[in-house]
Design a protein around this ligand. Sequence first.
Ligand SMILES: Nc1ncnc2c1ncn2[C@@H]1O[C@H](COP(=O)(O)OP(=O)(O)O)[C@@H](O)[C@H]1O
Ligand SMILES: [Mg+2]
Length: 401
Amino acid sequence: MPEGNFGLFFVLFYLYTLAFLYKINIMFIKSLILKNYRNYSNLKLDFHSKKILFIGKNAQGKTNLLESVYYLSCLGSPRAKNDTDFIKWGENAAFVSAILEKPDFETELSVKINPPQKKELKVNQVKKSKSSEFCSHLSVVSFSVNDLLLLRGVPEDRRSWLDLAISQIYPAYPDRISKYNKIRTQKNNYLKEIKGNISANTELLDVWNSQLCVAGSNIIYLRLKFLNELQKIAVEKHFQIAADEYFSILYNSTVSGDINFAAEQNITIENIVQDFQKKLEERKTEEIIRAQALVGPHRDDVSYFINNIESKKFASQGQQRTIVLSLKLAELELIKQKINDKPVLLLDDVLAELDNNRQNYLLNAIGNETQTIITSVDTVLFGNEYLKDVEVFTVENGAIE
Ligand SMILES: Nc1ncnc2c1ncn2[C@@H]1O[C@H](COP(=O)(O)OP(=O)(O)O)[C@@H](O)[C@H]1O
Ligand SMILES: [Mg+2]
């Protein structure tokens, strides 16, 4: 290559790399199809705006709609335990599909739930056998009225929130969770077999334990990494709403004790494995007596503090809402940083539960650069400014106008 050309090539390459690095794409759902999904028999929607509003009375199917988008992002849902929950009652199969637009290309995602067969995942009409290949395309952040109960709810809800959020960043995470749960089920079955017999031969238990330790340490490691980064952003968000309060997070682990994220953490997977092995050994007899796996990420919890006081017991309703709002906005920001795309935001009935101040903060924080799908009972809550370029659909009994 002549020298002049080489220089030009170098400059172009540099500019291209720079543009690539700094370009954060917007994920845009262009269309959605539901067949026998929850209370929808047959629905096809096209979206033309970044702001979408579903209006409807209670029990008409607004949450179901958002849930279907959520499901396409990670093949999970905060309110379903089983894939069969999604199938319209009386039907045998459900189908969900969407076209996702990024500036340079489109991706068609589709799932057919048709038990007892394995669900069929397709990306651009091509079958995918691994859920991680499917879950790497669409990312969403969901903020629903139930999330406002996150602090006071049961630990399972907080774990589920954490795991679903991490799934948006690490598409392989849901697979790891199911692998861990499979090993845990096998361990539990064995514990039930030898129930209470502390002199039983525990060789098989040791085998399950060592597998559980490897799979579980990985999960705890990813949770800690996520919370560590989330706290940094959430503290800022929280400070913008309540300047006199300092917000912090604690991960309460059955494996490694309480872990805070105030100081820079040097979390290594080796340390977690060591703690895990130690705790499994310490509580082995107790596990045999109670015939239950008592140690591991399935028993961990998260707690939130304002000015070092635990919010679960002491925070006012307003303070709790500020915490959840900060966490959700931090989640949005963190996912954006991690995947270099702006995830789709789903706001389910949540605005009605926030006061004016927090509503405005939320709508301003979202800005115009995120596709936002909102459900509400009516449009009263939204100022004229917000409603200007919003696309409004009316939901009634599993159909949409
Ligand atoms: N698998 C299902 N098949 C048919 N209907 C369902 C299914 N799951 C939930 N529903 C119905 O969907 C309706 C609730 O929809 P939802 O989206 O929660 O309403 P909302 O508009 O209040 O958000 C309820 O009437 C419920 O009975
Ligand atoms: Mg609802």
